[in-house]
Design a protein around this ligand. Structure first.
Ligand code: MN
Ligand code: MN
Length: 499
């Protein structure tokens, strides 16, 4: 792989002074705490709500009349959150939206998870999102989630995060007996139905059947007051049991489970907390279910945004259907999601002129999709031009990124569901190594730049930007010159270069 045609970029770090570098490191210590505390979408919503309420955001029921500058926190089903900062401009002129997702690939427990085999009790799982199944055995796992009893009582479950908590694990096959397994394709080497986690070996002695399972069930009953049937109405997830950590001798990176897409969620959250009296109304939205196609009533394929905007407009006394349509179609959005950083261990899948690199800043991704941009939102260049202007003026280090080589795979984000309303939208987020793995890696510089980028967009973006020149100055349809060199300018430039 060469880098023909592209001069070697200076590291983003070299473009920052000491104060900015310190600011990036400081910012990421808060980020590391967030990653460790918010491993599920419900926990993320709790963290987001707490941070917003602490900063003076109010829930809709506490607001009598919407005024410019008003700060609102909205949540839905405990798995979606939105921070809204009211602007001075009419709502029909649109919002500045930043949308990230707070769900992450992991192992969910099945509705009837607990069983016993060969002297052990185990939990059956069903993976959520695009995981490489071989990455999940042989590591410590923690159990997070909720169990809702028939009478509506909510039991919060969190086992495996404290230093002296027990953890769970999925046993892997020893190499000595893995001859057949090792010859399988990687996608088949670990079967989804063998991702069963160990939860116990001690039996309940007074019973004859299911004795080990009964011991575990008794522990659950003591602790949470639940019966086995209560697991039918539960949402329980197995996630890596370790905290987020700094990576590298220079501590310049963050390693953690769940950075897709909590890196964008955290940076957008911090940006929204700092926005003050914007001209356009800001919506910083955190959604669920992106990793499984944005389906369901907490995913962006639903009418969530429409309902949310309708609620804001209703509160502002604008109940006309046409105003709602105008507000949505005049909005501008950053789809805040991650991209893949070029990995020197796997150079063959990247096209280095167009892929994104670690520590080169926040990534603008014009389109995603697969094959011939199938299923992608392809951002309009008129909008990208404005974003370039905005980021450059705000001192944001940014780069472009396409997800790997053409025809080698692909992916998608929520951008197409936003574009559905007619609003302008482009993907903008952080480049990761090991994306979708139990330990994803990001550069602290890129994390910090995402924060600066979202803050500039929320606070300052205006559709009137980059409009100092008429949109179509020249059509470029004058005849192409017949001989070369034709332009004195060009000869001058050549002479200049030869000096
Ligand atoms: Mn994502
Ligand atoms: Mn993802």
């Amino acid at each position: 792989m060469g880098e023909e045609g592209k001069k070697k970029e200076r590291s983003g770090w070299a473009k920052l002074d000491e104060a900015k570098i310190t600011a990036a490191y400081d910012f990421c210590s808060g980020y590391i705490d967030f990653l460790t505390a918010a491993k599920t979408e419900r926990e993320a919503v709790e963290q987001i709500s707490k941070a917003a309420l602490d900063k003076g955001f109010k829930t809709m029921d506490k607001i009598d009349e919407l005024q410019p500058g008003e700060k609102i926190i909205m949540t839905s089903k405990n798995k979606v959150a939105a921070l809204v900062i009211m602007g001075t401009q009419p709502l029909e002129e649109g919002f500045n939206l930043v949308v990230s997702h707070i769900d992450t690939p992991r192992l969910d427990l099945k509705a009837r998870p607990l069983y016993e085999a060969d002297g052990m009790a185990l939990l059956k799982t069903h993976y959520y999102g695009g995981i490489k199944k071989y990455q999940w055995p042989a590591m410590p796992l923690a159990l997070h989630g909720v169990i809702i009893k028939k009478d509506g009582q909510v039991k919060h479950v969190l086992v495996g995060e404290k230093a002296d908590d027990p953890v769970f694990t999925i046993a892997d096959l020893l190499p000595h007996l893995a001859k057949d397994q090792m010859e399988k394709k990687m996608s088949e080497a670990v079967n989804a139905e063998s991702l069963n986690a160990l939860v116990g070996t001690r039996p309940q002695v007074q019973r004859e059947e299911d004795v080990i399972k009964a011991f575990v069930m008794n522990l659950l009953q003591d602790r949470y007051g639940i019966e086995e049937d209560d697991l039918v109405s539960a949402e329980l997830q197995l996630v890596p049991a370790y905290p987020a950590r700094e990576v590298g001798m220079d501590r310049s990176m963050v390693g953690s489970f769940g950075q897709d897409d909590r890196v964008c969620a955290y940076t957008a959250l911090q940006a929204a907390l700092e926005v003050d009296a914007p001209a356009r109304t800001v919506i910083c939205l955190f959604v669920d279910k992106e990793e499984i196609g944005s389906a369901g009533n907490t995913g962006l394929k639903s009418l969530m945004i429409e309902n949310m905007v309708a609620e804001i407009m209703h509160k502002a006394g604008k109940n006309e259907y046409y105003s709602l349509r105008q507000a949505l179609s005049s909005s501008h959005a950053l789809s805040a999601d991650v991209n893949a950083a070029v990995d020197p261990n796997y150079p063959d899948v990247f096209e280095k002129m167009n892929c994104s690199f670690m520590s080169q800043g926040v990534v603008l991704t014009k389109y995603t999709g697969s094959r011939g941009k199938s299923d992608s939102n392809d951002a309009n260049p008129e909008f990208i031009a404005k974003i370039r202007q905005l980021f450059d003026e705000a001192g944001v280090i940014w780069q472009v990124g396409e997800l790997g080589k053409v025809d080698i795979g692909g992916g998608g984000t929520v951008s197409k569901y936003l574009a559905h309303y007619g609003m302008e939208v482009v993907d903008c987020g952080v480049a990761l190594l090991s994306m979708h793995s139990p330990f994803e890696v990001a550069s602290k510089l890129d994390v910090y730049m995402a924060f600066l980028a979202y803050k500039a967009f929320m606070q300052k973006f205006s559709p009137r930007m980059a409009a100092s020149k008429p949109a179509t100055e020249k059509r470029g349809d004058e005849p192409w010159p017949k001989s070369t060199p034709v332009s004195p300018k060009w000869s001058e430039r050549l002479a200049e270069q030869r000096k």
